[in-house]
Ligand binder design. Structure first.
Ligand code: PBG
Length: 336
């Protein structure tokens, strides 16, 4: 045992690990992890024409009109980004406590999917499935009493998923954390003839402070009931529970699973990769992106380097794909 260990680890001065780091070409040759544009999913905010575009806490990210969305799709296709993930901003006057706009077959989200799929069929399109963008209280489901009703919400979400599938979506991404929703959605999709539509389950979605800027973008900060999402999103303290969540989602039919947020949860990504032999995604969420931008704006760190280091960390931890608002910036950096 001792001999084997010393062979692997080597012994100074015969073994000098700095030798392989000496030149750039050699560092490239021995790099264990690589980042490619093909690893990226670009989350996109969509809004109606008269809606403000800028999102203060997300410098460089805007809400796009349907017309502008075409440019986004063209850019994604041209640069090799495989897929975009759509989040539509519901105007305040269309929100209600039941989130009914989510099931309006002509809502902004379905219009966006239809337009993209008819004009850019080769681009992968994902949609977020949860009610937070549609409810006046910002919760991911319907409130009964003081809390989100699990099974009733799952039923609504499965209708929403079928509606998106009818519009042409490729991947349904439920981000709501209701128990059993992957099974309910899978069943509803199959029954409606959409056996080919994939499900990317937000399996380990934590009740995180890092979603703040995203909620500004959609005006979806939770207010009523319990003013947070701790009764359905996970406690950041838990890893065992994340494994149970993922195992359940896989059993219920998830094609891919996600960990969210990303950087503070690299251990969860690694554990998922080692435990479940299937595609794992990391969501580099709004607050993580905002932190990098804010530090860079203050001149406190080199944005480009910090960004690429963050992405490589996701890959090293075991992520097959990364959802990040920085996708267009990464495209540029990888090209240079
Ligand atoms: C909706 C949803 C959220 C995010 C993705 N889908 C917010 C939330 O759960 O409150 C956050 C993404 C980000 O912060 O970038 N359920």
């Amino acid at each position: 045992m001792r001999i084997k260990l010393s062979l692997t680890l080597g012994k100074f001065p015969q073994t000098r690990l700095r030798r392989n780091r000496k030149d750039a070409w050699c560092r490239d040759l021995v790099a264990e992890t690589r980042l490619s544009v093909k690893d990226l999913v670009w989350p996109i905010f969509v809004c109606e024409d008269n809606h403000p575009r800028a999102i203060d806490p997300l410098p460089g990210v805007v809400r796009y009109s349907l017309e502008e969305l075409k440019k986004v799709a063209e850019f994604a296709l041209k640069s090799g980004i495989p897929a975009i993930d759509l989040f539509s901003a519901t105007p305040q006057e269309k929100k209600c406590s039941e989130g009914l706009e989510a099931l309006n077959p002509c809502n902004l989200q379905t219009q966006a999917v239809q337009m993209l799929k008819s004009e850019f069929p080769e681009l992968g399109i994902m949609t977020d499935i949860a009610l937070d963008a549609y409810t006046s209280h910002g919760h991911d489901g319907v409130l009964r009493g003081n809390d989100v009703a699990n099974d009733e919400t799952s039923e609504i979400l499965s209708k929403m998923a079928v509606m998106h599938a009818e519009a042409g979506v490729d991947v349904i991404a439920p981000s709501d954390m209701m128990d059993g929703r992957i099974g309910t959605i899978r069943h509803a999709l199959d029954r409606a003839g959409f056996q080919h539509v994939r499900i990317l389950a937000y399996s380990a979605k934590y009740a995180s402070a890092f979603y703040g800027p995203f909620r500004d973008a959609l005006g979806s900060a939770p207010s009523l009931g319990k003013g947070d999402k701790k009764t359905y999103q996970m406690d950041p303290a838990n890893l065992q529970e994340a494994l149970r969540e993922a195992a359940q989602d896989i059993q219920e039919g998830a094609d891919m699973i996600m960990v969210k947020p990303g950087l503070p949860y690299l251990d969860v990504i690694r554990k998922f990769k080692d435990t479940f032999h299937m595609p794992i995604f990391a969501y580099h969420v709004s607050g993580e992106y905002a932190m990098l931008k804010a530090a860079a704006q203050n001149g406190w760190l080199d944005y480009n380097r910090a960004l690429l280091e963050t992405m490589i960390a996701f890959k090293r931890a075991g992520a097959d794909g990364i959802l990040t608002y920085a996708a267009p910036e990464i495209v540029k950096l990888l090209k240079d």
